[in-house]
Design a protein around this ligand. Structure first.
Ligand SMILES: NC(=O)c1ccc[n+]([C@@H]2O[C@H](COP(=O)([O-])OP(=O)(O)OC[C@H]3O[C@@H](n4cnc5c(N)ncnc54)[C@H](OP(=O)(O)O)[C@@H]3O)[C@@H](O)[C@H]2O)c1
Length: 275
């Protein structure tokens, strides 16, 4: 049995689908324990990663754990996983974890999550991803309202990855020992600017979408409305000060899965209904 946390999210839902499709028993954990949309054979369960006692029962019979980073209960959840006989953990992480910069709030919580997994005694694989293609869903409201799409960090090239591809790598890391003890740097197949992604979305949707870059002040106000200030500072450090370079394509997804990762156009076609 594989336990997928964050199972109703972008990556978790893809992983539940992939495991069920491969005929693997899978338990899908989220706080809501939502079962709608789950593939047949997958089991929904409710649990809160900030309250480890609510996750304990879900570990029964589990051999592999897909873990979301950054929750308060992570050390206890990992200790309970070890006690329950879990063998492998695949941790969703980010490229910035490789910086070692604990002073950056985003890198810091990812580094802490990686440390807690390393110290757990479980066999582990870290999935150090670049930005997710699904971040483009944050533009959906604007796109429904008009053709001008205002984007933060207009000059930052990033090799965004489809959550589907993260899940494809996670599946392999959870079902074999081949990737044990490895921090895998996962990227998409191309470096794009935010304006490129807006143009591609326009092509897929049959719209003449145009990106306009937010100024630093506008981007800060926009982000601070959605997340705590230390995280906003972290993203400014990454993409304005340039402390994180997500512009380089890595071959890891193809090396692990045997196929090239999805392009942003492929992601956009699959998710066109969301816009
Ligand atoms: N977005 C990026 O560019 C990026 C890049 C690198 C790494 N990451 C990492 O990926 C994570 C997001 O992954 P995602 O996009 O797949 O997730 P997501 O779509 O934001 O969904 C979050 C999932 O976690 C569940 N969840 C939230 N709080 C929980 C809690 N306290 N206990 C148990 N489950 C909880 C949610 O369901 P309920 O609400 O029902 O609990 C949902 O299933 C980020 O937190 C970040 O650490 C993101």
């Amino acid at each position: 049995m594989i336990l997928v946390t964050g199972a109703t999210g972008n990556v978790g839902a893809e992983l539940v689908r992939a495991l069920a499709g491969a005929g693997q028993p899978v338990r899908a954990l989220s706080r809501s324990g939502r079962a709608d949309g789950l593939p047949s054979g997958a089991e929904a369960t409710a649990g809160d990663l900030n309250r480890p006692e609510t996750v304990r029962d879900a570990l029964d019979g589990v051999t592999g754990l897909f873990l979301m980073p950054g929750y308060g209960g992570q050390r206890q959840v990992l200790a309970d996983a070890r006690a329950a006989g879990v063998q492998r953990v695949a941790l969703l992480s980010g490229k910035s974890a490789g910086s070692g910069d604990t002073g950056n709030a985003v890198a810091g919580y990812l580094i802490d999550a990686e440390s807690s997994v390393r110290e757990s005694g479980l066999s582990w694989t870290f999935l150090r991803c670049t930005s997710f293609m699904s971040n483009a869903l944050q533009l959906a409201d604007q796109i429904r309202k008009g053709d001008i799409v205002r984007v933060p960090f207009p000059d930052a090239y990033t090799t965004d990855i489809d959550p589907y591809d993260i899940a494809q790598v996670a599946l392999r890391a959870l079902l074999s020992d081949e990737f044990a003890g490895r921090a895998l740097e996962l990227t998409g197949p191309e470096a794009l600017l935010p304006a490129d992604r807006v143009r591609i979305l326009g092509e897929v949707l049959g719209r003449d979408l145009r990106a306009v870059g937010l100024t630093h002040e506008e981007a800060r106000a926009d982000l601070e409305a959605r997340m705590p200030k230390p995280y906003v500072d972290a993203f400014f450090s990454f993409f304005v000060d340039g402390t994180l370079d997500e512009s380089v394509v890595q071959p890891t997804v193809a090396d692990v899965t045997g196929r090239t990762p999805h392009t942003f156009a492929e992601w956009a076609r699959t998710h066109a209904d969301a816009f």
